[in-house]
Design a protein around this ligand. Structure first.
Ligand SMILES: Nc1ncnc2c1ncn2[C@@H]1O[C@H](COP(=O)(O)OP(=O)(O)OP(=O)(O)O)[C@@H](O)[C@H]1O
Length: 591
């Protein structure tokens, strides 16, 4: 499986972040104003406190004391208001950015072909859509609240310290630079580990998913211990790296806490000398201690947030990788619409079509030619792996022809929009997948506006009368994947879902395989009366299922080796005769 193109340059991540923030310029401006109020209020309080102490020590002027007290109160209100507004606006902004990123990645993945999707893997796509977007959202929140105010706070506090006393200014500046240096080292050490951690989450997701969905196979083969070992290895990789990061955190925190206390002691020590030398007033010591504590606190918080930045950049780049993919199947810029009410007799035509999967070395289909006509049933039969499902998927443009052309309604499918094309086709996939919800909701995937009467009619044609016996009938809950129904019931519900749609072409990809012969025959009989106005394509393994088809395409290793009705093929096509005879020997041929 080839890895998608990856460019871990920070510019891609930065560009994506800017495009995510672009719609929220006004909110960003409001956050800037609120943060400035918060910062000014916070730093103004120690300045006023220092002035208050100096007044109390020197003159005991009550009105001056009251003035400083009122100024402190106003600063406290402005600061708190600014802080509340900053947190509120930032939380809203980041939640919206997270939502937008998730939506963008999800929408991009909807346009992926199977091989585009395989290039990333399901586990990684889930991590990129959910966990990565969460990391970006949280880091953006922390960055705005914890990193963004730091330079402003440091510059203001160090300037105030210098204006109070030059020696104290140098002291504060030196400690600030020392803590910044520690932060830089800690970030440099932990950034690569954080980036690796995201890859480990991918691995955990992929393996966990595999072992949960395959739990029955694991139990049936007694492979619990082996599977536990595989998961244990993945969890241990993650834990080992997470511990390494936490050790860096713990060391940095302890050093910074030590420096916080050391700088407080130094300010007291040096400050006492400076006050003794009448170089500054005693109240200024409290202001300087406050400035120092604020700087340390901001730097510590910033350091925690900065450590998340490389991980968030990696997540943004991983999202950019998804958004940068040019989907293998894309709508033509000059796509034409199928003429409304186009009712030509020939619904679709394969004209010398060849198809090679992008990751394959040879063609899966070679030079296929046949037409699907309105009112006719076309069947495809062939050995497993002969390319039957690939033919069906090409009709829906899940894969494009690499040679020849496939037309729908007389127009090359590559010149139609995918939505227009798929709206004309009702498809029952090989694996009958149902969504969590009710039976009615599942059936209305075929047509959202279908009435209950139409749903019941489709269920009757699909031989899914068992729904009538369910206590909640159409309102019966369906578990994810439809696992609360049997394989045959799921197939019939998937057939009914397709029948709810009014289409020009109905494609049944091996959709009768889980049905018993009697139900299979009853279903085909009901379908024959129902789909007289559309083309029908039935892919089947059993000759009995396609016995009455108007034309049967016999596929062998991706080539058409026979085309005709049952009786003709029995005489002219050895491959078909072999399949039919092997089934009749097994008692599975014509009823
Ligand atoms: N995404 C893919 N990438 C590469 N090769 C693929 C891909 N999907 C299918 N193939 C290959 O194409 C061939 C035809 O597959 P296809 O599913 O069309 O066969 P089929 O006749 O429907 O088989 P079955 O009867 O078992 O469902 C197989 O050899 C398969 O391995």
């Amino acid at each position: 499986m080839s890895e998608p193109k990856r460019d871990y340059s920070k510019r891609t991540a930065a560009r994506l972040l800017l495009s995510l923030l672009a719609p929220y310029k006004v909110t960003l401006a409001a956050i800037l104003v609120a943060a400035l109020c918060d910062m000014s209020g916070m730093l103004y309080i120690p300045t006023q406190l220092s002035a208050m102490i100096n007044v109390a020590v020197n003159s005991r002027d009550m009105s001056a004391l009251m003035g400083h007290g009122v100024a402190m109160l106003i600063a406290a209100f402005v600061g708190s208001g600014g802080y509340i507004a900053t947190v509120y606006l930032t939380s809203r902004l980041c939640a919206k950015v997270g939502r937008d990123l998730r939506l963008r990645v999800y929408e991009a993945s909807l346009a992926f072909s199977a091989s585009d999707f395989n290039a990333f893997g399901t586990g990684s796509m889930i991590t990129r859509t959910l966990s990565d977007a969460n990391v970006v959202q949280q880091t953006l929140l922390m960055s705005i609240l914890m990193i963004f105010p730091v330079p402003i706070a440091c510059v203001i506090a160090v300037s105030l310290a210098f204006s109070t006393d030059v020696v104290m200014g140098w002291l504060l500046l030196s400690v600030t630079l020392a803590v910044i240096a520690i932060c830089v080292v800690a970030v440099a050490k932990s950034a690569p580990i954080f980036t690796r951690l995201q890859g480990f989450i991918d691995n955990m997701n992929t393996r966990l998913r595999e072992s949960i969905t395959g739990v029955r196979v694991i139990r049936a083969f007694g492979k619990e211990a082996h599977e536990r070992g595989r998961l244990d290895e993945t969890f241990t990789d993650f834990a080992t790296n997470a511990i390494r990061v936490n050790v860096v955190f713990a060391l940095t925190d302890s050093i910074t806490f030590f420096l916080m206390n050391a700088v407080e002691a130094a300010i007291m020590w040096v400050g006492a000398d400076r006050v003794g030398a009448h170089a500054m007033q005693i109240g200024s010591i409290s202001a300087l201690v406050e400035y120092a504590m604020l700087i340390m606190l901001f730097l510590m918080m910033a350091q925690f947030a900065i450590l998340q930045v490389p991980r968030a950049l990696a997540c943004l780049t991983r999202a950019a990788d998804v958004l940068d993919v040019d989907p293998e199947i894309a709508d033509d810029a000059c796509a034409v619409a199928l003429p409304a009410g186009e009712r030509g007799e020939e619904v679709a035509r394969f004209d010398h079509v060849s198809m090679r999967f992008s990751d394959a070395d040879e063609d899966t289909l070679h030079d296929i030619s046949f037409a699907l006509r309105r009112g006719e049933v076309t069947a495809i039969i062939g050995n497993t792996g002969s390319g039957k499902s690939t033919v069906a998927r090409m009709l829906l443009r899940f894969n494009d022809a690499t040679g020849g052309s496939l037309s729908f309604g007389g127009v090359d499918v590559r010149r139609l929009t995918q939505a227009d094309l798929r709206a004309r086709i009702a498809y029952v996939p090989q694996k009958a997948w149902l969504f969590s919800g009710t039976i009615a909701e599942n059936l209305r995937h075929g047509d959202a506006s279908a009435s209950d009467a139409r749903l019941w009619h489709a269920l009757d044609v699909a031989q899914a009368g068992f729904v009538r016996d369910l206590p909640d009938a159409l309102g019966t809950r369906v578990a994810q994947g439809g696992t609360n129904f049997s394989g045959g019931q799921r197939q019939r519900l998937a057939i009914a879902r397709a029948l709810v749609r009014r289409a020009d072409l109905y494609v049944f990809d091996d959709s009768f395989s889980a049905l018993d012969y009697k139900t299979d025959a009853a279903l085909r009989h009901a379908l024959a009366g129902e789909l007289t106005d559309a083309a029908t394509l039935i892919i089947a393994q059993r000759v009995s299922t396609i016995h009455d088809a108007d034309q049967i395409v016999v596929l062998k290793d991706g080539e058409v080796v026979g085309l005709g009705r049952h009786d003709e093929l029995m005489g002219s096509c050895p491959t078909y005769r072999e399949i039919a005879e092997s089934q009749s020997r097994g008692g599975a041929a014509d009823e």
